[in-house]
Design a protein around this ligand. Structure first.
Ligand SMILES: [Zn+2]
Length: 131
């Protein structure tokens, strides 16, 4: 685990607040030192898997790493902002029938050129929906 947070002495912000330095690891540059504002924590609300991201201060490459609950707690207590995100709803949809083929796409294209295509499509979709 290459991520530590410490409050060094003699590193005050302009307002006189002591800034926490966070040591993280860039795949290209190795250990780099960041401020809390330079990192973002992302936690998935559905499976609670967490990660943190930052742009490397040396090479500017965006870095993303998985983080355990312990590391997330450490980062939150150091003042790192946390974003909570949800898996897209489409993942939980059930899909029935065969995949769309190029013929289906061509039929749809031809359908769009006719008047009243939207109403016809609405009826077709309603018929195919499970009750
Ligand atoms: Zn780097």
């Amino acid at each position: 685990m290459a991520l530590t947070a410490r409050k060094p002495e003699g590193f005050p912000e302009p307002g006189g607040v002591i800034v926490t330095t966070i040591r993280a690891n860039c795949p290209s540059c190795g250990d780099v030192h960041l401020k809390a504002a330079n990192l973002t924590i992302r936690v998935c609300a559905d499976d609670e898997v967490g990660s943190y991201t930052f742009d490397c201060p040396t090479c500017s490459v965006p870095v993303a790493k998985q983080a355990s609950r312990r590391i997330i707690d450490l980062l939150v207590s150091s003042g790192v902002q946390m974003e909570v995100w949800k898996l897209p709803a489409e993942i939980f949809e059930t899909h029935e029938g065969p995949p769309i083929s190029p013929d289906d796409l061509l039929d749809f294209h031809l359908e769009l050129s006719r008047d009243g295509w939207f109403e016809e499509l609405s009826v077709m979709v309603r018929k195919s929906m499970p009750h």
